[in-house]
Design a protein around this ligand. Structure first.
Ligand code: SF4
Length: 395
């Protein structure tokens, strides 16, 4: 498995695969070619939800003099395909095809066989667990053992960005950009004293909304594991710091444990909504957050595994159907629901650990196959599910 630096990335929302990925592609093209104008064609999910995800905006900002074409072709070798034609003095000097593979990662056509840099020698949870038991390691010890010596500083920076994003979101009011007229709710959730709900639900929701609203506005977030699902893990970590008084250093340990869970899913299944639906994005985020919660509150390997397993299992089959392509409905509310669910999964795992039957690796396998079986209309194309029926009501 690759470094967690490839999982946790800082970038601009609203979508790691639809904004961060294309931005990285454009930067790579700028580095590799001396062009003066460009034509970009978006296919599949990139095209179907590109306007709502602000894909054309980030491309035009990064690559000057670019014409962006939204193709209606849906079935390609990869659901997030992007072609770039590079011109110099009106002559074509290059053509490239790229794939935005999820969480801001990209792949150039032709580089599929290039070996990835694997810093972890293990491939799934069982292998990692066996290694940790033999060597008496926690999951975060395991991460620090195989990452580079500066990695903890990297996580400190990631945590700083997560906190800044939440603080920014908690102070904003008004409406999110786009045609849906979605009101920002983080601040009102934070200060709502009139309704009788649990403090956990209200605060976790406020923090999750804060990050997801910053993301939906094209602000800076951390992919955890993606921009669309970036509200889940930070909100639970922020809650643990703010209300349960964990130190920043302990939160960093939780972030490391969450990261290895996300990495296992990324390595063995997918973290991309365009590839496997929202189970791969918010489902993964929920598993990561549940593992972090269990790491700090319980600390036993078996319980952490069970917490992550519960969290992912109950997202199996979850579709990606953002209305009009905006990462707003159902995405923002879904992040808040998943944050609460992650805490519930962590607590349920503590209560029921003796009766557990299903392993984390089994659920990851099931998620991968479920993702393959989902129709394209439920994989970030905004032509099925809620996106289809909500449009009917307003038209
Ligand atoms: S529905 Fe889920 S996967 Fe799809 S854009 Fe929203 S958060 Fe991402």
């Amino acid at each position: 498995m690759e470094s967690l630096r490839e999982l946790y990335k800082v970038g601009r929302g609203p979508s790691s695969s639809h904004t961060m990925g294309p931005e990285r592609i454009c930067k790579e093209v700028l580095n590799n070619y001396d062009g003066d104008s460009y034509q970009v064609t978006l296919y599949g999910s990139l095209s179907f939800t590109g306007l709502g995800h602000l894909t054309d905006k980030i491309i035009k900002e990064t690559l000057p003099n670019t014409e962006v074409i939204f193709s209606k072709e849906l079935k390609l070798e990869h659901p997030n395909t992007m072609d770039v034609v590079i011109y110099k003095n009106n002559e074509i000097i290059g053509k490239e095809r790229y794939y935005s593979t999820g969480g801001g990662s990209i792949l150039r056509k032709g580089d599929e066989e290039k070996p990835k840099v694997h810093v972890y020698p293990h491939n799934n949870f069982q292998e990692i667990k066996d290694y940790c038991v033999i060597n008496d390691l926690t999951l975060y010890d395991y991460v620090y053992k195989f990452e580079d010596p500066d990695f903890k500083d990297y996580l400190r920076e990631i945590w700083k960005v997560m906190k800044n994003t939440i603080n920014q979101g908690l102070h904003q009011e008004g409406y999110l950009p786009g045609l849906l007229e979605v009101k920002r709710k983080a601040k009102s959730l934070l200060y709502d004293q009139k309704n009788k709900v649990s403090i956990e639900l209200r605060l976790l929701s406020a923090y999750a909304y804060a990050t997801s609203e910053v993301n939906a506005s094209g602000g800076t977030v951390v992919t955890a594991p993606t921009c669309g699902a970036s509200g889940v893990l930070p909100s639970l970590l922020y809650f643990l710091k703010d209300i349960r008084k964990y130190s920043d250093e302990r939160i960093i340990d939780g972030l490391a444990t969450a990261g290895i869970i996300g990495n296992i899913i990324k390595h063995n299944a997918s973290i991309s909504g365009a590839e496997a639906g929202c189970q791969a994005e918010v489902g993964t985020a929920c598993a990561m957050a549940a593992a972090a919660y269990s790491e700090l509150e319980n600390g036993k390997l078996e319980t952490i595994e069970y917490a992550a397993e519960i969290a992912l299992e109950h997202h199996l089959g979850l579709t990606c159907d953002p209305i009009s392509g905006y990462v707003q409905i159902p995405c923002i509310e879904r992040n808040a629901v998943a944050a609460v669910r992650a805490m519930n999964a962590g607590e349920l795992a503590t209560l029921l650990i003796e009766t557990r039957l299903v392993s984390f690796d089994t659920v990851v396998e099931a998620m991968k196959e479920t993702g393959k079986d989902l129709l394209e209309s439920y994989k970030e194309t905004s032509i099925g599910g809620l996106a289809k029926f909500y449009k009917k009501k307003v038209s």
